[in-house]
Design a protein around this ligand. Structure first.
Ligand code: NDP
Length: 490
């Protein structure tokens, strides 16, 4: 072999090596993470035109990121469906006032989310009160199964599943959960009139909890584990106006003790001196120690960082799976602001629309696929009636016959109460011959709260032949509520 031939062979070996590595990283890694290859994005495939329930752009979640993505999807006339998820409206529905929404001085969290939804719906986004329970991203169209049993075939997905509160993992936390331990002051503060309570955390959420509680509790102690608070100065300033809020630095909660089945006292430790103290007569523990991303649904299918946040590609909102985009708290460990989530949601909506167009989705294809599109069953669920007084309740009982009545005690600003609304509508429709659900606004119907001893919200009281047969303070999914009703309605 002469020297030129040798060089040529070496060069070819290096070239094939590089190409081989490239192919491995593009497709080998894709396979590992369950990605499809672009060659499978084929709108000519006759198999596409055989089954119903196609969704061109599916949005998972209904917080600011999701509804902004939906707005941009729907506005460009791509058929867009929003699965609202287990907390419709997302975390802002549990926020009293938003004061940092650009161009709006002050607005209630739930109000701004209502506007988000109405605007996206006005452009044609279809809102569905259901949650994704299983996702298969290994084949395209992607498969998404829902809690109500639907199986959707999806071309492009936006993941806006947000984040859930973090817990401390200390003794007593789970035992007294819902019995004094909670993450929602806006829901439970009214039940702590004249009590001593503690708030754990030093961020904006903790300040919000303390402010809400200060109107009801005798004393609110904020436990900050270090000697600095993470909350913004403007939020901390608001605390100065509350005489009954005390910030206790360098202090961590180590145990929650009970008294008559509810929170009664706590153990704390000074994180600097390690001195331990018992605090008596504490009736409420409000956790506000940050959040963790909701990414369990996509385990081993979408690349995440070590904490579980979805990784994005550069300045785009694309995930490791082609056609799957994300924004908001599920992918943003840094900013965690509704405004940033909305902006990134817009980027994701545009990214999805552009991506669909790149793979050949256009008006002509949409027209051909129209008969196979998923059609949400809008308005087919029974409407749940409200009772606002004992007199109104008595009227329903008179006509209930053998039916089980379930009183759902709620307040308007309680996110877990709101998450139960689609559940009771669905179960109420499925078992309409057996059960009557009645909503009771605990901030209005004081006589019913007293009569049925509702200790907090949400709270369900099951009544048969005018007798209380069961009660529960659990947030339930559809299957759990279905079995609760079946158990007591027979
Ligand atoms: P943050 O991450 O900002 O703060 C969490 C707080 O909890 C910190 O003080 C942290 O302490 C503390 N903490 C964490 N783990 C523990 C633990 N194991 N034990 C004791 N303390 C602990 O979370 P937030 O939920 O407060 O805020 C999230 C984002 O949402 C922020 O960007 C915030 O600005 C925003 N937000 C804005 C609001 C508004 O503008 N109205 C309202 C609420 C939130 P440490 O500092 O030592 O880590």
């Amino acid at each position: 072999m002469d020297i030129t031939k040798k060089r040529l062979t070496l060069f070819s070996a290096i070239l094939f090596g590089v190409i081989g590595l490239g192919v491995f990283f593009r497709y080998g890694l894709n396979f590992k993470l369950g990605r499809s290859s672009h060659s499978s994005f084929n709108f000519e495939n006759p198999a596409l035109y055989t089954k119903d329930d196609i969704v061109p752009f599916l949005v998972l979640g209904s917080g600011p990121a999701s509804l902004s993505a939906a707005l941009y999807g729907a506005r460009t006339k791509v058929r867009t469906v929003v699965l609202k998820g287990s907390q419709p409206g997302g975390q802002l529905t549990g926020t009293s006032y938003v004061e940092n929404w650009p161009a709006i001085r002050k607005i209630r969290g739930p109000e701004v989310m209502k506007d988000f939804e109405e605007q996206a719906a006005r452009f044609g986004a279809q809102m569905v009160s259901d949650s994704a329970t299983e996702v298969d991203l290994t084949k395209w169209p992607y498969l998404v199964k829902t809690e109500e049993g639907k199986e959707l075939r999806v071309f492009s997905i936006f993941v806006g599943t947000g984040a859930k509160p973090r817990y401390l993992g200390i003794p007593g936390e789970q035992t007294y959960w819902g019995r004094g331990v909670t993450t929602c002051a806006i829901c439970d503060a009214p039940y702590h009139k004249g009590d001593n309570v503690v708030v754990i955390g030093g961020g904006d959420s903790a300040v919000e909890e303390a402010l809400e509680l200060s109107s009801y509790a005798k004393e609110v102690r904020m436990l900050v584990r270090s000697d600095v608070m993470r909350a913004s100065p403007s939020m901390i300033e608001r605390l100065d106006q509350c005489d009954n809020v005390k910030i206790v630095y360098n202090t961590a909660l180590t145990q929650i003790n009970g008294e008559s089945g509810k929170v009664g006292s706590v153990e704390v430790i000074n994180t600097k001196t390690k001195e331990k103290t018992h605090w008596d007569n504490i009736k409420g523990v409000f956790l506000a120690i940050g959040h963790l991303p909701n990414t369990k649904l996509f385990n081993n299918q979408i690349a995440t960082d070590a904490t579980g946040y979805i990784k994005l590609k550069g300045r785009r909102q694309e995930t490791s799976v082609p056609g799957v985009f994300a924004a908001g708290d599920v992918s943003d460990p840094r900013y965690k602001q509704a405004g940033v989530a909305a902006g990134d949601g817009i980027k994701a909506g545009l990214d999805a629309v552009w991506w669909l167009s790149e793979i050949g989705y256009n008006g002509h294809v949409a027209e051909k696929l129209e008969p196979y599109f998923f059609e949400p069953e809008m308005g087919k669920h029974v409407k749940v009636a409200h009772v606002n007084s004992e007199t109104e309740y008595n009227k329903v009982v008179q006509d209930a016959g053998d039916k089980l009545i379930i009183l759902d005690f709620y307040t308007q600003f309680c996110p877990s109460c709101m998450s139960m609304m689609p559940v009771i509508e669905w179960v109420g429709t499925k078992l309409k011959d057996k059960v009557i659900f009645l909503k009771v606004d605990a901030s209005i119907a004081f006589d019913l709260v007293k009569k049925f001893k509702a200790p907090k919200v949400p709270h369900f009281v099951a009544i048969k032949h005018n007798e209380v047969v069961a009660r529960s303070g659990q947030v339930m999914n559809r299957a759990q509520m279905l079995s609760f009703v079946k158990k007591y309605s027979n």
